[in-house]
Design a protein around this ligand. Sequence first.
Ligand SMILES: Nc1ncnc2c1ncn2[C@@H]1O[C@H](COP(=O)(O)OP(=O)(O)OP(=O)(O)O)[C@@H](O)[C@H]1O
Ligand SMILES: [Mg+2]
Length: 305
Amino acid sequence: MIIQRVPTGIPKFDELIEGGFPNNSMILLVGYPGAGKTTFSAQFIYNGATKQRARGVYVCFAETKETFLRNMLRFGWDFERLEREGRVAILDLSVTRESGLQKNLDTIMETMASLNASRLVIDSFTAISMGLKDPIDIRVMVHLLYRFLKKAGCISILIVDQPWGSSSLGEGISEFLADGIIHLETYFDKNEVFRRRLRILKMRGTNHTRRPHEYDITSEGFVILNGRKEVKTAKKTFSKPLTFTDLSKVKGIGSKRAEILKSIGINSAENLIEADPEFISEKLRISERMAYRLIENARKLVYKR
Ligand SMILES: Nc1ncnc2c1ncn2[C@@H]1O[C@H](COP(=O)(O)OP(=O)(O)OP(=O)(O)O)[C@@H](O)[C@H]1O
Ligand SMILES: [Mg+2]
């Protein structure tokens, strides 16, 4: 069976995981204070809403909606406008922490359904579990949340706050249930320079990177930096013009389909990977399933798998 993938649109990140998150997956994003967990997740929602016609819900538990909106504007991401246009919803559940998990889940579920959202971020999962003192409660909550997320049929990012110096990733259950785990780390190198490093610890059904990758938070948001090894590969890539793969080389796309795709701004296999399957099926007059298949074929061609 083909694994459908959802690109994050975060520069150079998708290529570390074969093009994107597997569909309907629950991802744990674990990281130290200030590592960039909120930035990464918000960028995933923002790119979905602005580039892929994917609606998203961002749940703020740890910080207020007001702070979130203000900080995101620094990156040029106007979530208030997206919310007005019905493309995202920002839920501020920090004040209702006492009101019980089930009620919060109901609110999230209703919002997801009314928006027809396919992306969800919970910032943070740690903040929700702090309301529960008993480990049994946490266990119940994790299972409840997991079943809820699988039913919602979305990609979800659950943020896990990791204290400095801690090597534990979560409370012990969610790591096994999660389809993917991304770890964000900050550290000081031997010259006392502050650096950031990312690792993919798990991504089901995916031949993911096994190396650490340096990243940074810039005025544009989250970006993966080129390591020394990557610079080499990048040079090799440039000498062959692989960044623009001919559409007609994608299995299932003949010259006629390539023409139609070009007329709507999809000029290469790389563009096709990022396209919205619903939009493609509409324009090519094919089923959505077939559109997914073509996108998958493009991904296989570009990533040579
Ligand atoms: N506009 C900006 N330009 C460059 N770097 C920024 C900008 N805004 C934030 N940062 C960097 O990103 C860090 C915060 O990122 P973010 O809020 O995504 O982290 P976090 O992991 O969610 O933090 P927390 O654990 O507090 O929730 C800041 O400490 C700062 O180093
Ligand atoms: Mg945060």
